[in-house]
Ligand binder design. Sequence first.
Ligand code: PFF
Length: 456
Amino acid sequence: MPSFRSATGQPGRGHPPEHWGSSLGFVLAAAGSAVGLGNLWGFAYRASQGGGGAFVLLYLLIVLVVCLPVLVAEMVLGRSTGHAPLLAPITAGGRRWAPLGWLYMAAAVGILAYYAVLMGWTGRSLLHALTAGLPADMAAAEAYFAAISSGGDAVVAHLLSLALTGVVVAAGIRGGIERLSRWGMPLLFLLLLGLLVWALTLPGAAEGYRTFLLRWDPAKLTDPTTIRNAFTQAFFSIGTGIGAILAYAAYLDRRSPIPREAACVVGMDTAVGLMAGCVTFPVVASFGLGDVVSGSTVGTLFIALPTGLASLGASGRVVAVLFFCLAYIAAITSSVSLLEVPTSSLIDRLGLSRRFTVWLLVVLIALLGLPSALDVAVLEKMDAVFGGVVLISGGLAMALLLGWGAPSRFLADLHQGGSPPALVLPLLWALRWVSPPAITAGLVVSVVDLVRSWSG
Ligand code: PFF
């Protein structure tokens, strides 16, 4: 079994030669992976598709009871094997788990291919808000969105975003990813807090919360679309199930308290999702943009917000610049974690140099992302398949591997890290008895609902 190798191609000692500078560095990078466009864009549009309070409740339940144990398992798999996502499942469970490593690779590459396109739109919106101002009305907003989301502009922005991601990942764990997260995450929180205070003062704040986040209809708890939205949002937002956090955890110290770190990541991610909802819905309600938001998967961020903010004049422009700045930081701290999955896997498996691997992958992913950059409909399908079904399946396989295939590894690693049995045993219980059936049920409902929505 090849072990992790250094950039010079020298075999490692089973554990990667790179390390996080500190436990905080790891937590910020993992939270950076979780907090992304999914929180700012996904939470708002999924919450607005009619689920209201039922969606928020289901989402919170899934995050706490289903995703948290899977996230702990993912961290354990990375740290205890010291391998990247391609080889870690084989080390933990034997050869028959090899397809899982390939699933992680496919999911990360598939998501990054369209995620970089969304990131490109975010960068273009930021530039547009800085230089040309905001669209004055709905027609101008739609024309503006059409311009940034297709054709040459979208392709260039997609390529630039991938290149920027490549620069950070090529600089390594400590010098690239950790450094970015250390300044990016605090800045992101600061910007979001400022925007939240501003949004609370808008005249439509209470109505926005009532209409989109708090409206309570118990029938929605069993509505297939609400269930699919809650599952997809929870897994995509935490980003567990495709090996990104596993790749990061392979560089983790043996003694760090994984359950506490996982709880910090989940807490920060959920807080940002809820805060982002608390920023977007007052804007939507104050400027009468409800239809735009629920009618399109991309509406909230790229059409509704700039249009709403435009009517505030110069101050609206400042808010738009801050919002898209925040979104771009959130996006890049996530895209680097997606690129780290195939990068660390190829380094681990083939002993290639980090720099060569990164740029090879950037070219490949740029090509795979072209159809999404040229056609929004392709992007939406990629999101439903890779960001939904494949991601959730990866989470299910992770729960089965650590819960049933290698439970002793789970216990031993957490024990060695100093976690008390009173915490570890319930986590293992949830991983065995709660996550697999809940994820299977969510997956079945999601696939049926997705097929129905595509065929209808
Ligand atoms: N969690 C990120 C977001 O909310 O935008 C997206 C993501 C990152 C998904 C990393 C999966 C992943 F492995």
